[in-house]
Design a binder for this molecule. Sequence first.
Ligand code: HH2
Length: 258
Amino acid sequence: MGVVNVTPDSFSDGGVNFDPADAAATARRLLAEGAAIVDVGGESTRPGAEPVSTDEELRRVVPVLEALQGLPVSIDTAKAEVAAQALELGAELVNDVTALRGDPELAGVVAEYDAYLCLMHMQGEPRTMQADPHYEDVVAEVVRVLDERLTFAVSQGIREESICLDPGIGFGKTVEHNFELLRRLDELTALGRPLLVGISRKSSLGKIMGDPEAKTGTTAASVGAAVLAYERGASIFRAHDVYEHVEALTAARAIVAR
Ligand code: HH2
């Protein structure tokens, strides 16, 4: 899954794709590099980010979605109205970082369009989530919440076969929480749905290189973490550097051969 942030403030690539023509060109490049789908988002969820209005989010993503019609697209939104317009324009998957907790109308939209859905775990909300993340057992808690959100989604008429789950690396989690989740990813695969992992360029990867103030991680660190996540059961990788991920994961798959 290639990342296309149509935002001025994303932590990883803020601003480079804010112009719709640039965003559409990036999306096409990521698909040519081997992405199975591109994830278009108009609201940054980086720690401390302020929410954007529905109108502003639509203003950002609609021209990009129009330019990408006919190509495999995912919409990174928690808003029912944005998801509905994106699905109308041909998006196939709704990537909701709130796992259907942000907008009570979103589940109905996903069900109505029979779309794919990603349910991601987050503790708190982006503005404050990194202030003081706390868990007794982060993996047990993420499993419990994702299981509960999966049951909720199915109860709203979304097909279970259309849903993937995501531990939400960096969403209300310390570096140690993030790595514990990746280390024990097999406990999440036990939920029986495909796992999406988004660790690409995240700050944990910069922090372990020795900079406690790091806001991002490198491509090499991202690829290394993705390969490990693959080996432990992840099957969808949300990544900015698609070409490098495709090469590394192709090699990993040839070795693991499953
Ligand atoms: N991470 C980000 C955004 N959306 N969606 C899923 N399912 N999983 C993730 O890990 C995830 C996500 C944050 O990364 P990015 O899009 O690069 O930054 P920003 O939120 O600042 O736009």
